[in-house]
Design a protein around this ligand. Sequence first.
Ligand code: GLN
Length: 533
Amino acid sequence: METKYIFVTGGVVSSLGKGIISSSLACLLNAHGYRVTIQKFDPYINIDPGTLNPYEHGECFVTADGHEADLDLGHYERFTNVPTSRANNVTTGRIYRNVIEKERRGDYLGKTVQIIPHITDEIKRNIRLLGETGRFDFIITEIGGTVGDIESLPFLEAVRQMRWELGSNSLCVHLTYVPFLHAAKELKTKPTQHSVKELQRLGIQPDILVLRTEHDIPDQMRDKIAQFCNVAKDSVIQSLDCPSIYEVPLMLHRQHMDEIVLRKTGETPDGEPHMKPWLDFVEKIRKAREEVTIGLVGKYVELQDAYKSINESLFQAATYCDRRLNLRYIHSEKLTEENVAEMMAGLDGVIIAPGFGSRGIEGKFVAIKWCRNHDIPTFGICLGMQCMVIEYARNVLGYSDANSTEINPSTSHNVIDMMEEQKHISNMGGTMRLGAYDCRLTPGSRVAEAYGKTEISERHRHRYEFNDSFRSEFEKSGMRCVGENPQSHLVEVVEIPGKRWMIGTQYHPEYSSTVLNPHPLFLSFMKAAIEEK
Ligand code: GLN
């Protein structure tokens, strides 16, 4: 079949869950047997989100091919089980960079380079890249931002042109918000009407409206919206708050969104989508009664999105262990020797979060020491692993000034040090050790047992590493290096075998845990946390 393009735009306000709607639609189309990928076009000027503080747009996701990406790509992978790549996330910055490089090369000799057609052509070229590989039947393109923003205009113009060129091989899903006014006890459709008008003004007629709402939208109201917005009534779909994001595909399916998309793109729906494994998972979420309490020690705890992939990996693992996840955020800046007992009371397991810089790092050492002494299952990820190594050096090896050179460049016990290859790099953007690298696990280790194999590949995002010159000292005193890169011999995993579950990984397993393929290390950690209970 010819590749079909589905564009997803958003109106009224941001944070309506375009990423979840796109992922849920992809999940349903997948379940109908189609090959689907989702890509996100972000209107900001940064080349990628790699240098952004998590307070800006939440976690930075990392693809296997080493691209620092928007966190929505994490949802795409979790919902579809299909890996994404550099091509799945493009920003205004990248579009402009490409165009300016072409201009310098002389590709446009003689011409004035302009937003239309040069920037819009470059956007269209990028939108089509994955479609041209022949690997996908449907390409879902999410346009970041909100309709009406100045920065998203070139993207919407590109969408308008592509819809014109593709005809029925494309369609537009527009997501809006229907607020409920408590004082008037009324749902209001005006913001939706305005945002559709804005889209129409740009030459785009949405085919399907998804209305984010906190209350059921009455039938007459759907009629009214359909009529005012030139959309068929059955294509006005409501997106009510769900108890879990993993119920959203089911909610859309109940309103036949998959069927409508297939019909409108000239495909014949062949019966029910194959959602059995997904339904089993959702059933487990609904049935889980007993709680498991996990503490997440980090410095971005005010913002849920900062640790999105870790949250979801924990949720998936807890669900597969028939538990309800009670995730407690513990602010590492507030943790001290004095309050640690109180702040960490009642935890079944603890995650030491990834991160950069010195803010809140001392609290992580306090947390790790507490967990080590009380034998609480502990999982350190990236900076979290590095902190486990430093804490061990300080409190077991007796090097009170042990540190990472990221935090203290002049420490004499630099148990974590900058990677050799990083020492000559001065640009900050996209220059870390990024993406998937092989790792060989020590047979018989806890971590090898968790994976059920010794050859693995995991995603990275770091500049610092375990300093190999301290390796034998650590090994002798009980912290073992049980995973290393076969080529560079970088230490990728440490564990303390004497403990119930104390493992640190230099890589980020949270990036590869999906609903249908929960990550074995998170499962193993969760089992240990439950056992202790
Ligand atoms: N800041 C550490 C490094 O660069 C850890 C990075 C991380 O946790 N992602 O090595």
